[in-house]
Design a binder for this molecule. Sequence first.
Ligand SMILES: Cc1cc2nc3c(=O)[nH]c(=O)nc-3n(C[C@H](O)[C@H](O)[C@H](O)COP(=O)(O)O)c2cc1C
Length: 112
Amino acid sequence: DLSSWLAYREQYVLVVTSTTGQGDLPDSIAPLFVALREKGGHQPALRYGVIALGDSSYTHFCGAGQQFDALLQEMGAQRVGDLLQIDATECPEPEVLSCPWVEQWAGLVEAG
Ligand SMILES: Cc1cc2nc3c(=O)[nH]c(=O)nc-3n(C[C@H](O)[C@H](O)[C@H](O)COP(=O)(O)O)c2cc1C
């Protein structure tokens, strides 16, 4: 929730979200997104990464992760590394891509 998020506003956050509907955020994360958009304010000290799960047979591929990334950019946060987009049609086991990506991301975090 927003209060937990704000405890990290000068640290690092890794957002992991699948996409539902038509490029929409799942119910488990949508309230956080809305709270950040409405009350999150400016967060220039926040650094973050995004892992976006999706399926390229849908029009808005990985739309939820892209929306989250765009919101954090608007809030002035700094993304560490590239957005990881995992396509369920090509990669039925997301951990195969996400585990090495997280290790690489942690290296970028440690490098500061
Ligand atoms: C009802 C439904 C709608 C979806 N809509 C999208 C979409 O708009 N864009 C997308 O990239 N993936 C979409 N997906 C694919 C899921 O994001 C993808 O399968 C993901 O890996 C599911 O992860 P989860 O099982 O952890 O929720 C949709 C899946 C379902 C079942």
